[in-house]
Design a protein around this ligand. Sequence first.
Ligand SMILES: *[C@@H]1O[C@H](CO)[C@@H](O)[C@H](O)[C@H]1NC(C)=O
Ligand SMILES: *[C@@H]1O[C@H](CO)[C@@H](O)[C@H](O)[C@H]1NC(C)=O
Ligand SMILES: *[C@@H]1O[C@H](CO)[C@@H](O)[C@H](O)[C@H]1NC(C)=O
Ligand SMILES: *[C@@H]1O[C@H](CO)[C@@H](O)[C@H](O)[C@H]1NC(C)=O
Length: 441
Amino acid sequence: MGSYQPLYQNGHKPSSSPANGVGPGHFHQRTGFTWLLCTVLCLSLLHLLCSPPPASHETVVAPVLQHIAITSGSDQGKRSCDYSEGQWVREPGYARRYNGTECNVKDSENCVRNGRPDTGYLDWRWQPAAAGCRLPAFDAGAFLAAVRGKHVAFIGDSMARNQAESLVCLLGASSSSSFPYRLVYRDPEPRTRKFWRWAFPSHNVTVSVYWAPFLARATGKSEDYSMPHNTVYLNSLAERWSADADTMDVAVISTGHWFWNPTIYCNGSVVLGTHLLPMFNYTNIGLFSPYREAIRMSIQRLIGSGRGGAGRTVVVATISPAHFEKAWNDPTTCARTEPYKDGEKEVETLAAELRRIAREEADAAAARSGGDGSGETRVMVLDVTKLASMRPDGHPGVYMHRDPFARGVPEQLQSDCLHFCLPGPVDTFNEILLQILTKNQ
Ligand SMILES: *[C@@H]1O[C@H](CO)[C@@H](O)[C@H](O)[C@H]1NC(C)=O
Ligand SMILES: *[C@@H]1O[C@H](CO)[C@@H](O)[C@H](O)[C@H]1NC(C)=O
Ligand SMILES: *[C@@H]1O[C@H](CO)[C@@H](O)[C@H](O)[C@H]1NC(C)=O
Ligand SMILES: *[C@@H]1O[C@H](CO)[C@@H](O)[C@H](O)[C@H]1NC(C)=O
């Protein structure tokens, strides 16, 4: 981890100035207290609604797409394997894949270092439900070979970052230690980790993460956590990732949680509606249609850009649900130490709906182009909703802080019940991503 070089090497210039990196990590709070608190502030901000949006977004529909079934491990050849349903089975030590300190994971996700006393959450393996399927363990050499010379980009909210950091750790932790890497860019405010980039020189591979929690262009809270709400422009994409879209060979879109926030949605200068901001007297637009529009627009950009999307793989990750079971500041709000058992817990309604929308949009994008096998851009689904929803035990919880009980047990303490510990269940997302990238190429 030596010196930091500019993000835009190889002549890729950003079209926008860097976002402000401020504030603590984002936590989705179901209590709704945030929007109650903001009502007063919002009224004074009315004049800021849908300020003129300059950005226009070019979309050229790609000629051909290919949507293929994900297949299982090499021993199982081309037989189709579905990893989206299954159960967690105990396998001691299976998930102790790396040391999070050595790969510099975000402090609040370094559960082992932070003193989490139980380590049983690292003893589970995802077993797909489909007969004869087994999800192979992560293989760093195979992953790097599959993306040799390529740029792997994660675009979205802090779950995109969580998965990007997992991938870097998995690639860097190879037992042969033959894949050194370095951080080649980080945003000026290192605690936020909104725009980071790593290089793996042995395979000329770049991994990067782009903060764009709505995928679309947004102002307000997502840029500055002290703001009461977001304003999102569903007619244009977030500048920084869309400016770099042509450089991406593998683009993983992973988002969802910010759509629960109080937000004004605009189309240019026209207000389409609001979510959780009734005092503005606009139509309540909800979260599903903006989420769908953002995913759709993002896929379009990626299949239709630059080189015509040739050889690009677009991966749409479904939502990874949070597990706040009590008040957000109750120290036991996510204190479970084991996964849910098969049949113990269904995917919650809202998460199920977002999952369905992501799948529909990815499938529709693939179908529009015929999928005749001569595809230029592949659009795939990384369906992690079920496996993630069964892991209430995999979050940092109060161990987002170092040694949280060093001075006794406080009555109130913030927990992270959204991101996953590193190592942790999010590593499984990348095991499935590897299968997506290596099958039917
Ligand atoms: C992880 O690595 C750090 C730094 O090398 C080391 O101090 C720590 O003991 C390691 N933790 C474990 C659990 O091995
Ligand atoms: C590394 O990959 C980039 C494309 O991502 C390519 O332009 C460049 O020539 C490659 N460099 C080497 C040394 O292979
Ligand atoms: C925004 O307005 C344009 C022009 O009227 C229209 O074509 C487009 O569908 C609208 N987009 C959304 C998300 O409403
Ligand atoms: C919204 O409507 C209510 C009831 O008609 C009105 O009292 C209030 O001033 C309106 N608020 C705004 C921001 O226009």
